[in-house]
Design a protein around this ligand. Structure first.
Ligand code: G6P
Length: 609
């Protein structure tokens, strides 16, 4: 949820570090800071607010060929300059940037205060900086001091450290929080996400947990916490430099909404076999025998990913006739989960770094559960810690509010459900119909995007509504929830997404004449009941915006506005239905003039529990 960028080489570090932070700013934008070393002095610039504020306050930048920077989402203490990274030790000799949380910080702080340290901030990072600073003052090398300090902490830490008296090296370490190192000629970069490295290099190494890397412009040495040398594989960075560019769009969210046909196409690529009506999933093949005995599937995730998990659970029960649930990962981990050999656990996370999801995953793994992962980020913690899995390949998602990852992940669960359905009782013929529907899906999403201007008009009309309701049934209960979440996240409007049945048991009381309601009414087994719900809403004066098949004259008659769905297989309806809801939320936020890609109080990836 915070971004880290570091550089060592023979160019000026400031522009490179700030450039990297800009590509990571979506991960946290409460404050930003950079430290460089010049003439054996630390040069520090920090500021509250967006990265832009830091640049405006330092138009000349800072001198030096070595630098580290951070863009953050506050977890400890208020958003003040004193709490911004980088943090220095009390002698102002070393500086560090840190992602993560130190759980035993209070004990360490008390110990250091007793030894005379006066802290300048309320952060756990300054405590870590002081531990490292005391080590180098006592004569340890920076690397040895980082190792010694990391052995004393409990919690998570992705860090980069620099010593002003030894400005020939950076030391980076990963305890839980991701750290990647970019390799170049006479230069190294270090970041919390490969996206920041891509403009500079396409070669990287990914630190594994409990690894420390010492970087000079021409060398990298990686060790573990026992200082044993570690061999690292050089990996290719798959992103294209332009993946994180906004292009012709006003916001990343709009760009990502419009990228969905291409993203879905990438999720499907090579994974459909029309001849046998089945999905081809590489990871599956490695576990085929165990999967045959699976009798229950438990999806778990947070936020938008949880809604894609709900879609998956529905499809799994409906088409594979497999008991399946979608659990909030944060709750699952504290519930003493029941883990057995006949259950497949499926962790879903766009970033692959959400702490609550990883904690649940580790708990299930420690009990011997079989875990599959669905994620967008190659090399993420989730991808490394699951038994097998699927990358959705939606491309980098920059807007905090998730859109293309939702549809790509829902599609990923769909492939999984198809695979299980074909292992169980779905016929080859029905499998082929489903595969054909999936093949048509990217193009059908493109058609749904053509309704952007109608969604915009509706958004402008209802942008000041006191409350907005989203209703659906079957797999579209999850889509209703996701539609409401979008509106809350970026337009700060009270909204609720629920089933048409649940609506009658309380929330209907919120409807007054003119209340906007989005209703998802695809032509499947839920349609009749949804029509009943529409009539109930209409009787209370709701303004109904329905998503329904283009020739559904009954819905057209009841609804005040209809967004038409193309004829489709019922299994893909969640992915089509969500498109107008994404567009609506975007245009409401636009009409209200909000910072759409960086909504208040939120972060792209929440790496604390
Ligand atoms: C944060 C983001 C959400 C996201 C959730 C889960 O809350 O603001 O947009 O859905 O984390 O993230 P993940 O990376 O695990 O999908």
């Amino acid at each position: 949820m915070c971004g880290i960028m570091g550089y060592i080489g023979n160019q000026e570090a400031w522009g490179i570090v700030v450039g990297g932070l800009r590509r990571l700013e979506y991960r946290g934008y409460d404050s930003a800071g950079v430290v460089t070393v010049s003439g054996k002095a630390l040069r520090l610039a920090r500021s509250v607010g967006h990265l832009r504020a830091l640049e405006d306050a330092n138009p000349e930048g800072l001198p030096g060929n070595i630098g580290i920077g951070h863009t953050s989402w506050a977890t400890h203490g208020g958003v003040t300059e004193a709490n911004c990274h980088p943090h220095l030790d009390s002698k102002s000799r070393i500086a560090i940037v840190h992602n993560g949380i130190i759980d035993n910080v209070e004990a360490l702080r008390a110990e250091l205060v007793a030894k005379g340290t006066q802290f300048r901030s309320e952060t756990d990072t300054e405590v870590l900086a002081e531990l490292i600073g005391r080590g180098v003052e006592a004569g340890l090398s920076l690397r040895d001091s980082v190792v010694a300090a990391l052995k004393r902490i409990e919690g998570t830490a992705g860090i980069v450290a620099v010593d002003r008296l030894d400005p020939e090296r950076l030391v980076a370490a990963r305890i839980g929080s991701p750290v990647v190192v970019g390799l170049g000629e006479g230069a190294c970069w270090v970041a919390s996400d490969a996206l920041a490295l891509r403009p500079y290099t396409d070669r990287m190494i990914v630190l594994d947990d409990s690894e420390i890397a010492e970087l000079t412009p021409n060398s990298i040495k990686t060790v573990d916490l026992e200082q044993r040398s570690r061999e690292k594989r050089v990996e290719k960075i798959l992103h294209q430099p332009e993946d994180a560019d906004i292009g012709q769009f006003a916001h990343f969210m709009l760009k990502e909404i419009h990228e969905q046909p291409v993203a879905l196409d990438r999720t499907l690529r090579g994974r459909l076999d029309a001849s046998i009506g089945n999905a081809r999933l590489g990871g599956f093949q490695t576990q085929e025998q165990r999967l045959f005995d699976i009798r229950r599937v438990v999806f778990f995730a947070c936020g938008t990913s949880l809604y894609s998990a709900q879609v998956g659970a529905y499809l799994m029960s409906r088409y594979a006739r497999m008991p399946a649930t979608a659990e909030d990962a944060a709750e699952l981990s504290v519930q003493n989960p029941i883990v057995d050999r006949q259950t497949l656990y499926v962790a879903i996370s766009q970033s692959g770094e959400t702490a609550d999801t990883l904690v649940a995953l580790r708990e299930i793994r420690s009990r011997g559960g079989l875990i599959a992962g669905i994620t967008n980020v190659v090399g993420s913690s989730l991808s490394r810690e699951t038994d097998f899995g699927m990358y959705v390949h939606a491309g980098p998602e920059i807007s905090v509010c998730s859109t293309k990852a939702f549809t790509a992940q829902a599609l990923g669960t769909e492939l999984l459900a198809l695979r299980f359905a074909r292992m169980r009782d779905l016929s080859a013929n029905d499998g082929r119909l489903w595969v054909e529907a999936l093949e048509r899906l990217p193009q059908q999403v493109r058609l749904m995007l053509e309704h952007a201007s109608a969604c915009r008009e509706l958004a402008e009309r209802f942008c000041n509504a006191r409350f907005t309701m989203f209703v659906g049934r079957g797999p579209n209960v999850a889509v209703a929830g996701e539609g409401a979440l979008k509106l809350k996240e970026i337009a700060y409007l009270p909204a609720e997404g629920l089933s048409g049945a649940g609506m009658k048991h309380g929330p209907l009381a919120l409807i007054e004449p003119g209340s906007p309601v989005w209703a998802l009414v695809p032509p499947d087994e839920t349609r009749e009941r949804m029509i009943g719900n529409l009539r109930e809403l209409k009787a209370r004066g709701a303004f109904i915006m329905a998503v329904a098949q283009s020739d559904d004259s009954e819905v057209a008659q009841i609804a005040d506005h209809m967004v038409p769905l193309p004829p489709h297989h019922p299994a893909v309806s969640p992915i089509l239905n969500v498109i107008p809801l994404q567009l609506y939320a975007y245009y409401v936020a636009l009409a209200k003039g909000y910072d759409i890609d960086k909504p208040r109080n939120l972060a792209k990836s929440v790496t604390v529990t």
